[in-house]
Design a protein around this ligand. Structure first.
Ligand SMILES: Cc1ncc(C[n+]2csc(CCOP(=O)(O)OP(=O)(O)O)c2C)c(N)n1
Ligand SMILES: [Mg+2]
Length: 282
């Protein structure tokens, strides 16, 4: 995919997220919108995967540790062709394959069930170790939120990945600076986050989580890291693309009502990445 196609996909993911949440009447808006670019880049240009063959043994695995942003993952999987887009409207319905948090056995394309925060990195390490034992070349990607960095289990896992020198493990932190009850630095200061992972043996990269070119570069660099797990700290804006949601922790776990959804979709219809000034600048 070209950068323009990736940006268009990310914007379509955002529009789908708004429509899904409004239809369900519940869900997590801020993190879902904030991670649309990372997900678009991963599924559009980085992961080795076959949407028509979700159980392909050599596929890269993606663990969504911050399971509450499931709407963004579902929209991404639908955009990639894992299942029909119309199914997105079944989010959070009784019996739906699209539960409020991902349920692995229901939906092709999901590698883990998630929702309880702080467990995904351990699961991803298990997968990366299994790949190593099998002599396989696929990679494991693990998306985490910054709120999850408050969980002790995350750091046990970080320590193990460093010791095991898991260079086929690439983790991403959605560094959006909010969690449920407020700014991360008020609830539990995380900085210097990158240095903490470095001290645990990780190769750490930091990137603007909305700049597709820089995200591509960061993932491609992470793939070249030898004998260390890689962490990409993606600086993102929660609620990205919807002015009245951006940077407001109140939108962490809230869905737009119909009027708010209409306003959000109008904004997203006109939304353009600031980095994209002209075609020639690409
Ligand atoms: C173990 C656990 N404790 C609490 C929760 C409830 N919870 C869900 S999301 C969330 C906020 C975490 O912050 P973050 O993931 O950074 O939120 P975001 O930036 O995505 O809005 C909390 C406390 C949970 N899902 N799992
Ligand atoms: Mg957060």
């Amino acid at each position: 995919m070209t950068i323009q196609e990736l940006e268009e996909t990310a914007n379509a993911i955002r529009q789908d997220v708004i429509t899904m949440l409004a239809e369900a009447g519940s869900g997590h808006a801020a993190g879902s919108l904030g991670m649309a670019d990372v997900l678009a880049v991963l599924y559009g240009a980085i992961l080795h995967h076959q949407p028509r063959r979700p159980d392909w043994p050599d596929r890269d695995r993606l663990v969504l540790s911050n399971g509450h942003i499931a709407p963004a993952l579902y929209a991404t999987l639908a955009q990639a062709g894992y299942f029909p887009k119309r199914e997105l409207l079944s989010l959070r319905q009784l019996g739906s394959r699209l539960q409020g948090h991902p349920e692995r056995t229901r939906l092709p394309g999901l590698e883990t069930s998630s929702g309880p925060l702080g467990s995904g990195l351990s699961q991803a390490i298990g997968m990366a170790l299994a790949a190593r034992l099998d002599g396989a070349s696929w990679r494991t990607y693990c998306l985490m939120s910054d709120g999850e960095q408050n969980e002790g289990n995350t750091w046990e896992a970080a320590m193990l990945a460093g010791r095991e020198r898991l260079d086929h493990l690439i983790a991403v932190v959605d560094r959006n600076h909010i969690q449920m009850d407020g700014p991360t630095e008020h609830v539990m200061p995380l900085e210097p986050l990158g240095d903490k992972y470095r001290a645990f043996g990780w190769h750490v990269l930091e990137v603007d989580g909305h700049n597709h070119r820089l995200l591509l570069d960061a993932f491609n660099t992470a793939k070249t890291v030898q004998a260390q797990p890689a962490l990409i700290i993606a600086q993102t804006v929660p609620g990205r693309g919807v002015s009245f949601m951006e940077r407001r922790f109140a939108w962490h776990g809230k869905a737009p009502n119909r009027a708010e959804a209409d306003a959000a979709l109008r904004e997203l219809g006109a939304f353009r990445q600031p980095a994209r000034t002209s075609r020639a600048s690409r």
